[in-house]
Write a protein that binds this ligand. Structure first.
Ligand code: KG4
Length: 340
């Protein structure tokens, strides 16, 4: 009998449900919350409320699109954390209720593990291209910046991580500072394409080992813009493309420096990226070029699997289901990675 897994993702501001049959994606529905746009960031309470409104229609739509009913499901995979607690509670409680009513197992998934396994979402008619184990994943999002060594679908080790801001946070905060809006990553990415990445220089951090830091480059941009605006009030408007291109290049330089080092130290040349920032066109281009130069096999997830989605949660849950993992009904969501 086929394994039909329902995945549920509700860690931040996207309510998503996906259905997977024996590892092949049948549907992936995402309701992105627009309510946060006016606030320049995700408002946790509004996010929980929107998840509560979206969860039933989103799951129903995922089942309908997949051509299955709830009774066909084998197991339910859901995001336990890390993320916003109120948001996670909606997905977790929904998964529990469905698991109880259908008398099928549920499997908790670490959201980050979902991103790490995003390249394993198989789709009908799309050639399979998956990294071999062990591989390195550069996991870059609004909440994380990590280099992860993935030994198997259920075993991984964090080799390095940010000691302050995540790289996505740096994109978002700087975009807000420059008056470019939220979320900042896509806006900076778009403007950077029209700018000169070598025009301005920003401070590079000097952090030992494989850890990252992004707060210094953010401050460097803040002082730079402040000083330039004092000389010319039009500076921002006249130079925003070059500022974005130079700032984005600095962030990519920081990310790549440690990834190259991690590859050398571990002798692993299977390289993937994951998380919202892995949608960045500059990063995708750069990692591809470095890969050619360094004989890496680089795997870039499709754009739709870079941001939060339930397909990657379903895949992660499916791997665990096959390994015999089951989650008891008294599980509670966790907001921080350290609590896993
Ligand atoms: O993984 P994700 O969807 O969610 C959480 O971290 O919760 O990542 C969101 C982050 C935001 O910081 C956003 O600005 C960034 O991903 N992002 C990008 C791009 N698209 C989204 N950053 C750079 N370039 C992009 N094209």
């Amino acid at each position: 009998m086929a394994d039909i897994i329902l995945g549920i993702e509700s860690s931040c501001d996207d309510t998503s449900a996906a259905v997977l049959r024996d590892g092949v994606l049948l549907s992936n529905v995402i309701a992105s919350q627009q309510v946060h746009k006016d606030f320049g960031g995700v408002v946790p309470e509004l996010a929980s409320r929107a998840h509560e409104q979206n969860i039933v229609p989103v799951v129903s739509e995922a089942l309908r699109k997949a051509g299955v009913t709830a009774k066909d499901l084998t197991a339910i995979a859901f995001t336990r954390g890390p993320g916003l607690l109120g948001s996670l509670l909606v997905g977790t409680s929904f998964a529990k209720a469905l698991s109880l009513s259908l008398d099928i197992p549920m499997i908790m998934v670490n959201h980050l593990q979902g991103h790490i396994l995003a390249n394993f979402v198989r789709q009908e008619g799309v050639p399979v291209r998956e990294p071999a184990f062990p591989y390195l994943c550069l996991l870059v999002s609004g909440g994380n910046s990590q280099i992860v060594k993935v030994t198997s679908p259920t075993e991984y080790e964090i080799l390095g991580q940010t000691i302050d801001d995540a790289v996505g946070e740096a994109f978002d905060k700087c975009s807000k500072m420059l008056g470019l809006g939220y979320p900042g990553g896509p806006v900076i990415d778009r403007l950077a394409k029209q700018g000169d990445p070598n025009r301005f220089k920003f401070a590079m951090p000097n952090i030992p080992g494989l850890d990252y830091s992004f707060s210094g480059v953010k401050t460097s941009l803040l002082y730079f813009v402040r000083d330039q605006l004092a000389l010319d009030p039009e500076f921002m408007e006249k130079n925003k493309e070059d500022i974005c291109a130079s700032f984005q290049k600095t962030l990519i330089d920081i990310l790549m420096k440690k990834l190259i080092r991690a590859s050398k130290e571990t002798r692993i040349r299977e390289i993937t990226i994951g998380g919202g920032v892995s949608a960045n066109s500059g990063l995708r281009e750069r990692i591809t070029l470095e890969g050619q130069k360094r004989h890496w096999n680089v795997y870039l997830p499709e754009f739709k699997f870079t941001t939060d989605n339930a397909a990657m949660i379903a895949v992660s849950g499916w791997f665990q289901y096959k390994a015999g993992v089951r989650t008891p009904l008294d599980v509670a969501p966790v907001s921080r990675m350290a609590d896993f």
